[in-house]
Design a protein around this ligand. Sequence first.
Ligand code: ADP
Ligand code: MG
Length: 240
Amino acid sequence: MIRIEKLNKFFGDLHVLKDIDITVKESDVVVLVGASGSGKSTLLRCLNFLELKNSGTITIEGEQIEPQTHDLNKVRERVGMVFQHFNLFPHKSVLENVIEAPIHVKGINKAQAVKEGKELLDKVGLGDKYDVYPSKLSGGQKQRVAIARSLAMKPDIMLFDEPTSALDPELVGEVLATMKQLAEEGMTMVVVTHEMGFAREVGDWLVYMHEGRIVERGNPGEVFENPKEKRTQEFLKSIL
Ligand code: ADP
Ligand code: MG
């Protein structure tokens, strides 16, 4: 689904991603961890072409994507992204938030978008909130709307950037449960999170980044039990 080879990204003189190589197979859940500033968000943003790489290749579903030759908006429809802050439209209802992009970006007719939007909201447990405005929702509910909104574009891959970091602790579980369900349905996912319970239970791979490089990767359980790198050991200790 995703193959990244020798990806490098600079912001000015700052070398943020250094020779990143990752392969993500269909239905894999890759959990990306690392200290703040290690480049996790930048890597996800490169995968979604919100940031453009300086060198290396990004292949999505067998197609090497280059800004010169591809319509990046079309690629973004295949790669959904959920952020720490939900960025819902405050003046639109929950359902309107979900159907906005299918109608205005994909050109789906409204009746069909409403039908699919309601199904998605039912799926994330918000079947009773179609007409509610975001300000009336808890953080966990908002994040589930954001997930439904992203799914409404029918992506093949979902990227999550610390989706539970802004939530009160008691609301984290409902969002992780939604993500787990999505993983069980076979969605290919790359998830930046420090929720190690989720990483162990749902993750197929754990990737540890340090200062722009991948320094360790493996089965989450094995990396926890037996991290090979000292930096990984110290990092895991710091977040447990
Ligand atoms: P993480 O998500 O792991 O915390 P980021 O990918 O956000 O790390 O950031 C990696 C590095 O790139 C940091 O040093 C950060 O300050 C820098 N950075 C991120 N975005 C930008 C930007 N748009 N312009 C300049 N520097 C940036
Ligand atoms: Mg980040």
